[in-house]
Design a protein around this ligand. Sequence first.
Ligand code: DGL
Length: 262
Amino acid sequence: MERKRQPIGVFDSGVGGISVLRELVKQMPGEDYLYLGDSANAPYGTKRLEEVRQMTIQNIENLLDQGVKSIVVACNTATSAAVADLRKMYPDLPLVGIEPAIKPATEQNPGGRIVVMATPMTLRQEKFCKLMKRYEAQANIVPLPCPGLMEYVERGDLDGEDLRKYLTELFWSVDHEPIDAIVLGCTHYPFARAMICQVVGETVRIYDGGPGTAREMRRRLQEAGLLNDSEGKGKVIFQNSYTDSDARKREQELCKKLLTLE
Ligand code: DGL
């Protein structure tokens, strides 16, 4: 198959990367996509760095073995753990990771109080500390680890009372002072956006790194002459690491549903 007609590989620890996939599909509808969620090993964000690094590399190799032309690491946690190694291993591969959208949040809210929601692992990493340092003179950046939040999305629970209670308690530690903006630093969290808005109030601006990541992939493919210019709609294939076929099918159905959510 001509290389530009090969699919784009998209990887996450579970269903969260669908929030990036939907931006990719919006911006490049003619492309085919192969989405892989390592749901059997999720969550990544509360694991050890070395474990996440190894699992990420293994999953990316799986996608490459299936013939993808490029990779989007649609997981902030996996990006901070493994993207530097992956770039060294595959210097010619168009490879894009995702990081918390602190840059636009700071630029659009100078001097503001910006809460960064992410997994404990993402917030512990050197990559995040450097990112925070770069912008801390321009805004008050407040990291907020959210262990347990991705699990609601993995269960497809996006508007239940338990989720509201979880978020209300989570924000107790940071909402004693007004919040100007929230950065969704985990790809699962955009699916909890409506509930987050209900809990913190509609005036707080929310930032998601998905659209920027999709734009960057488009730019990289164009630069490499790999953009699929065929007319018409491409196809999306969902894979996950569950070995039990019922669990696998349930997860695929959830992926399809999340892809159509606005
Ligand atoms: N979706 C992943 C991220 O963007 C994390 C979820 C997990 O803990 O596995 O960080």
